[in-house]
Design a protein around this ligand. Structure first.
Ligand SMILES: C[S@@+](CC[C@H](N)C(=O)[O-])C[C@H]1O[C@@H](n2cnc3c(N)ncnc32)[C@H](O)[C@@H]1O
Length: 194
């Protein structure tokens, strides 16, 4: 296949914005695939902060990172991502090179526990504020579960309202597939000198 999947597009953009030594955040740990990817991008001189409200997700991510030898540069929070500003060190504000949010439920887990529009939007507002110039936020949106379409609409509406002089926003979806997941990518513009 020539066209990139949403996962591939997310990783390409995040990797480009996240050289070794960077700070990154995984807003939804789940099974830890994205956290491991971020840990490998930032390397031992960088740092990744990860959030999930389910203990099972924290444990699965912990195991995946440990088995890959990438545990040292990651801090895991068993907490909601809307608490990013309360739990991250103040010095990280404006220096975070990438945020990844993979919304919905934990695969092979409790499908009733899903991300919710209110807390997702609060986390995204903080992410947009704390992002470094040139940094990327990726949001994978799913519409196949109850509550998913409403959350996706709320996130897209928020992203559309961002000022174009401050953020570039892109949205990717395979439009000939029913309930196809989509990807939102936000890049914070670097300010021009006056
Ligand atoms: C689709 S999974 C994430 C997949 C993961 N990024 C991976 O690579 O395996 C969504 C996760 O979001 C978590 N979640 C739901 N509400 C949350 C919240 N308010 N804060 C943080 N995580 C949340 C769920 O528990 C679930 O584990």
């Amino acid at each position: 296949m020539i066209l990139p999947s949403i996962l591939s597009s997310a990783r390409t953009a995040v990797k480009a914005s996240c050289p070794p030594g960077s700070i990154a955040v995984d807003g939804t740990l789940g099974n830890g695939h994205d956290t491991l990817f971020l840990a490998e991008c930032v390397g031992p001189s960088g740092h990744v902060y990860g959030f999930d409200i389910q203990q099972a997700a924290v444990e699965r991510t912990d195991t995946r990172l440990s088995e890959a030898g990438q545990r040292k540069q990651v801090t895991l929070f068993h907490a909601s991502h809307h608490l990013i500003a309360e739990l991250l060190p103040r010095e990280a504000k404006g220096r975070i090179r990438a945020f990844m949010f993979n919304l919905g439920y934990l695969p092979h887990g409790d499908e009733q526990v899903i991300t919710q529009p209110d807390t997702t939007l609060e986390a995204l507002r903080t992410a947009a504020d704390w992002l470094a110039p040139g940094g990327i936020i990726s949001v994978a949106l799913y519409t196949g579960h109850p509550g998913g379409p409403e959350e996706a609409t709320a996130v897209i509406d928020w992203a559309r309202s961002l000022p174009p002089q401050d953020y570039q926003v892109m949205w990717q979806q395979m439009i000939n597939r029913n309930k196809a997941p989509s990807l939102l990518l936000l890049e914070k513009r670097t300010k021009k000198r006056a």
